[in-house]
Write a protein that binds this ligand. Sequence first.
Ligand SMILES: O=C(O)c1ccc(O)c(O)c1
Ligand SMILES: [Mg+2]
Length: 607
Amino acid sequence: MRKSIATVSLSGSLTEKLAAVAAAGFDGVEIFENDLLSTPLRPEQVRERAADLGLSIDLYQPFRDFEAVSAGLLARNLRRAEHKFQVMQRLGATQMLVCSSVSPDAADDDALAAEQLHMLAERAAGHGIRIAYEALAWGRHVNEYLHAWRIVRMADHPQLGTCLDSFHVLSRGSDPGGIEAIPAEKIFYLQLADAPLLAMDVLQWSRHYRCFPGQGDFDLAGFMTHVLRAGYSGPLSLEVFNDVFRQASGSRTAVDAMRSLIALEESVAARLPEATRLGVPPQPVVPTGFAFAELATSGDARLGELLGQLGFTRTGVHTGKPVELWEQGRARILLNTEGDDPTLSAIGLETPDPAGSVKRAESLLSPVLPRDRGPRDAPLDAVAAPDGTQLFFCRTAQPDHPSWRDDFDPAEPAPGEITHIDHVALTQPWHHFDEASLFYRSVLGLRPRESLELADPYGLLRSRAVSDPTGAVRIALNVAYVSSHPSHPDIPRQHVALASRDIIATARRLRDAGPVVLAIPDNYYDDLEARHDLGPERHRTLRELGLLYDRDEHGEFLHLYTVTIGRIFFEVVQRIGGYRGYGAQNAPIRLAAQHARPPAEPGVPVR
Ligand SMILES: O=C(O)c1ccc(O)c(O)c1
Ligand SMILES: [Mg+2]
């Protein structure tokens, strides 16, 4: 279906917005009045610019508080409308949005509202313009979509129809099923926005927290099925008021927006196979595990030293690049010594179909990375995640596909307790958090879990994990706050969590290696004894080894953290039973302990 976006959803000037919208592949735009008033371009030039970019101007929004007013006010409103019709003709826009009045001057009188909207539609008709009437969720008298529709029906004018906006319908908890009773030709326009569920005033919620479909908690696919069953065939138009998007790069936001619509069409198509107008991207290829995590370092030996202390063996060196392979069980870490400050630069994901993974990523507008490989290297397909982390699609040790691991000609690793990578935690720039969760959800088919807020002594961290249904691939996305403490600068830390089948043994091994485990205050253990009765011996062991503990209804979780090197630290975890979380309960303790033990100085051995 045609795809549009309201200019209010993006940052920048009108000309920047138009360019961004066109580059992301949209077909049309809704122009917010302020964007037109503040551009030096004349309406004819805007029309031309949009046409050159292949964009139609689907809607113009110059009006508020029109209907159900006194005769004097009506005359003024109609006069203003006449001016706006002329602007719209110059713009080449044929549809005007009128949202329900919030003014105390409006009467609670449907017949009067209908009569005045009829008059407006009659005047619009003279200019070839249609009026789309929309119920704002906080409209003074009209705040339900079916109420707006009743008024439109009563007004009975061919140039008057209704505009449906998913936010206004779903934020009020209205049943969207009623949409199916509205005749298709009377649904003039469709605006789409998602939002996180928040208990707050609906106007504030709408103006600050809307997000793109798939980034919030509303059932947009369900909403869309009703709209399509009604027979609507006009554009899907995103109208997202969001404080973060107002500050982020407009061209990135436009791509994020387009990705949300592609993914939405796909989920609607799955529910409504008869809706053949919907575009459907190639199927997601859900990753089945971690092949490796790649850490970039500047030839600094400390990461290798720490890996050795954790029981890893350096099993090989790449035949053509300065990259070492460190292994223990199925946990594989690549140390790329060409980097600078230690960072987590790439993740290898096991996939049953690497080419299919790339196709899926491309169809959702993810940048596919150029292949940089020597003649003897195994093929590696990679895309860039929103934070720049490279995601490689791998098939390790499968007879049907060359393995990246062969490039290292590896030896057998020494046996140890660590079995595999449990999860990786990536720090996202604050303005890319929603984009990142939509990326992992739509491109990789991972499921987002609830969004958490974690207390750090110097700020608040937002965190959301995404995982496959089996828990083989778990990625924790964290947003760092911006620190204003000179003594506690931002260190956007990243970590790799390693699963141990015997974390007590791993912890003892680390204790014997030196002070590499993050020290946890005694108060934590006193509280742990108050919360759980694990028996004196177990409590003593946890305290002695710096282990943290959590449990959920499925099982138990033991974990520890190493010191930080550059931006990187390791976590060791043991899931007992079917524990599903990440020890969020202990995050504030860990974050405080990390502030107390700043990253090791360059070149200084950890010991
Ligand atoms: O917040 C508003 O005022 C506003 C304006 C126009 C819309 O289409 C809308 O959904 C909200
Ligand atoms: Mg709207």
